[in-house]
Write a protein that binds this ligand. Structure first.
Ligand SMILES: *Cc1c(COP(=O)(O)O)cnc(C)c1O
Length: 399
């Protein structure tokens, strides 16, 4: 039997059907931007495993670092000191506005940690604040608390009653924030660019006003950088681009180059609320996962990937905006910063364009049935960008 058919048969028989019919391909191996299917067809990964593969697939330095760590140690437990964990925490703290770091295994888990930290911060002060506000159209994860924070009804409805204390408000409106806040509001969590819902950036003015308002009212500002972090927007973290400092930010997707790891990053006074026993994890920040994070940082620094993200992102967006001008009856918007770009299409053609991209071996995702999302490796070249733009041009002519 053909290998792909065999995999699909097993998947349908034994795997929970949370992903429905997936795209009909299984990859055997990858190199840089390229993924090789089981029938040896080559695909170009313009989605980067949903903003995870920031250094591309199987970067030789990353592979070497992982092999080296596998030979030494995978896991010990949080009962002992872990050299890689301490070094990666230092890296994150030295390169961001955060002072202290906690490692976990995913984006949702990082956001859960951020909620717990915000709540315990007020609890330890004896202040009765527990409510967390987030934004409509946001995405913060799939655990019960992060579902309660995710402003998309279809993710919430089956799991009611939801975790109490969460409420969503209109994005990009400081008035909405002022109206919604009560004396019980502990924190506001936002994405500076909403990724999952189709690459929707917040205004810089909104972000700055929100920062000032939170400071004035004694509310913690939490920025979910799970998707926007690690150079995605052309700065190491999105909040740098916006010129603001959150009290807590979370990070995951690209941090481990594909090895699962998440991080809660906080200012010293906030982080101090976590005392021994208040939070924990079995796997979080283990020697293997933190070796992955260290390898990613090394490659970022050696190859100037944050700078490349800014430069290539600008170029990519310019070329896509030219296409929008050429096909303004089909392309309705081109949004994003750095290498997180959304191409919004007329609803009648969006699904078909996504399908044609896949048939042309270009991997992207389709958000809300409307917007093609691009989040490639940060070491993408101009030739690879041209390949996408030329293919997109061809599809626009055909459709
Ligand atoms: C992907 C994502 C998450 C969830 O991360 P998981 O690792 O899937 O739990 C949370 N927030 C944002 C902004 C994301 O893009």
């Amino acid at each position: 039997m053909h290998m792909l058919e065999d995999i699909i048969k097993k998947d349908k028989a034994y795997y929970m059907n949370t992903f429905g019919d997936r795209l009909p391909v299984a990859f055997k191996y990858g190199r840089g931007m390229k993924l090789y299917a089981d029938n040896d067809e080559v695909y170009y990964d313009f989605l980067g495993g949903i903003a995870v593969n920031a250094i591309g697939h199987c970067h030789p330095d990353f592979v070497a670092a992982m092999k080296d760590q596998l030979d030494k140690l995978v896991h010990t437990s949080s009962l002992y000191y872990i050299e890689n964990q301490a070094n990666l925490a230092k890296k994150l703290a030295e390169n961001t506005c955060a002072d202290k770091i906690f490692f976990c295994n995913s984006g949702a888990e990082a956001n859960e940690g951020a909620f717990k930290l915000a709540k315990i911060y007020f609890y330890k002060k004896g202040i009765d604040k527990y409510e967390i506000l987030s934004l409509d159209h946001s995405f913060h994860g799939r655990t019960l608390a992060t579902v309660a924070a995710t402003g998309q009804r279809h993710y919430q409805a089956p799991y009611e009653p939801l975790t109490p204390g969460f409420r969503q408000i209109q994005p990009n409106s400081i008035e909405a924030v002022k109206e919604a806040v009560t004396d019980k509001t502990a924190a506001i969590m936002i994405e500076l660019v909403q990724g999952e819902s189709g690459v929707h950036p917040m205004d810089i003015e909104y972000a700055k006003e929100l920062r000032d308002f939170c400071t004035e009212k004694g509310i913690l500002l939490i920025i979910d950088e799970v998707q926007t972090g690690m150079g995605r927007l052309g700065k190491l973290f999105a909040h740098e681009l916006y010129g603001i400092e959150p009290d807590i930010f979370t990070c995951a997707k690209a941090l481990g180059g594909g090895v699962p790891i998440g991080a809660v990053c906080a200012k010293a006074d906030v982080a101090a609320a976590f005392e021994p026993g208040d939070h924990g994890t079995t796997f979080g920040g283990n020697p293997l996962a933190t070796a992955a994070g260290l390898a990613v940082f090394d490659i970022f620094e050696k190859e100037g990937l944050v700078e490349n993200s800014e430069k290539m992102g600008k170029l990519f967006k310019e070329k896509l905006i030219s296409l929008k001008e050429k096909y303004n009856d089909k392309i309705t918007d081109v949004r994003g910063m750095g290498l997180l770009i959304g191409i919004e299409l007329k609803p009648e053609i969006a699904g078909e364009v996504f399908k044609k991209l896949f048939e042309n071996k270009m991997l992207t995702s389709l958000c809300k049935g409307l917007t093609i999302r691009i989040a490639p490796a940060l070491n993408i070249t101009e030739d690879e960008i041209d390949l996408f733009v030329d293919t997109f041009d061809k599809i626009m002519q055909e459709i």
